[in-house]
Design a binder for this molecule. Structure first.
Ligand code: HEM
Length: 156
């Protein structure tokens, strides 16, 4: 399996570990954040699948993974857009709770990763109408940045 499968799993595990035990009645915002992360990670797993296709030695494995990837493709943009909407709701509740306090690292890191997610969704839709290598590259680099920024946001 490609290293990104493990990285994704570790990030998900860390987030569940941080959120577990929080009271859903009073700390709904953290569960909404976790839901947003799940949507992002579902889409980001595409990167792990593509990396595996490139490196897999077995032709049958390559074909199987490419077929799965093709089936999910029509939903990819909508899953990413849903992640953005969920994170927007997460941010709304977090700001309502803590105020727009930029000295709070959790909130500042959240804002940065939220902006990166917005750029991810914009480049994702952009590619539908104006496909091109540069936008594709940008989309992937923004994805990698979101992964590490989200990790920081969750660990802080
Ligand atoms: C891709 C974007 C984002 C993801 C995946 C995400 C995910 C999460 C997760 C899983 C948590 C709970 C873990 C923990 O408390 O350590 C959390 C907490 C938090 N997030 Fe985000 N978040 C994102 C964006 C944002 C944005 C845009 C903001 C604010 C503008 C924000 C503000 C916060 C705050 C303040 C907390 C702490 C809440 C508390 O302790 O009650 N996050 N986030």
């Amino acid at each position: 399996m490609n290293k990104w499968f493990y990285f994704n799993f570790i990030l998900l595990f860390l987030a569940i570990w941080k959120v577990a035990g929080r009271n859903p009645a009073t700390d709904m915002q953290v569960y909404i954040g976790l839901a947003g992360l799940c949507f992002f990670l579902f889409n980001w797993t595409r990167h792990a699948v593509f990396s595996t296709i490139r490196t897999a030695a077995n032709r049958q494995t390559k074909i199987k993974l490419a077929n799965i990837s093709k089936k999910i493709l029509p939903f990819h943009r909508w899953i990413g857009t849903t992640a953005l909407i969920i994170i927007f709701i997460h941010a709304f509740y977090a700001i309502r709770l803590f105020g727009f306090n930029l000295t709070y690292p959790k909130l500042t890191s959240g804002l940065i990763v939220g902006l990166a997610l917005l750029a991810m969704v914009i480049t994702g839709w952009w590619r539908l109408y104006w496909p091109g290598g540069k936008v594709r590259q940008a989309h992937i680099y923004i994805g990698i940045s979101i992964f590490f920024l989200a990790l920081l946001h969750i660990l802080l």
